[in-house]
Design a protein around this ligand. Structure first.
Ligand SMILES: [Fe+2]
Ligand SMILES: [Fe+2]
Length: 148
């Protein structure tokens, strides 16, 4: 009975997409952390603190989403999406912009899905996370301009 109730908290589709979100949060948390460690060149000085700060935010996102997924009856994945570190700073940031764009797209989909299921809380959580991702996107885009 209890199990049945837990299972009814969200659709399988929503649980799966939340796990996709966790996998990519884990990916970027590690990606930005290793980029922070491996940066090079004078311009890297300006970038490294941002990378560190954003990496920590991404880890917090992974945790927030995992808590929500677990509440809804799912098991959070431990596997990140493929991580890209890169060599040149410009190459790193270019990829990071793409990853933030993907996050923005995915989280808008999640908000829509959650709302369709009447899951206001999940939609609310992802609106807050989306705001962070848009900020990251803005930061990386600005940094990339400067690297030209
Ligand atoms: Fe994130
Ligand atoms: Fe982000």
């Amino acid at each position: 009975m209890v199990e049945l109730l837990v299972k009814n908290r969200a659709s399988k589709k929503l649980l799966d997409i939340l796990n996709n979100a966790i996998a990519r949060e884990l990916q970027v948390a590690i990606q930005y952390m290793w980029q922070h460690v491996q940066w090079s060149g004078v311009k890297g000085f300006a970038v490294q603190e941002e990378l560190k700060k954003i990496a920590i935010t991404e880890m917090k996102h992974a945790e927030t989403i995992a808590e929500r997924l677990f509440y809804l009856g799912g098991i959070p994945t431990t596997k990140p999406e493929p991580i890209f570190v890169g060599k040149a700073l410009k190459e790193m940031i270019k990829r990071d912009i793409k990853d933030e764009e993907n996050a923005i797209k995915l989280y808008k989909t999640i908000i829509e899905m959650a709302e369709k299921e009447g899951d206001t809380t999940t939609a609310f959580i992802f609106r807050e996370i989306l705001e962070d991702e848009e900020e990251h996107h803005d930061t990386f885009t600005t940094l990339h301009e400067d690297l030209k």
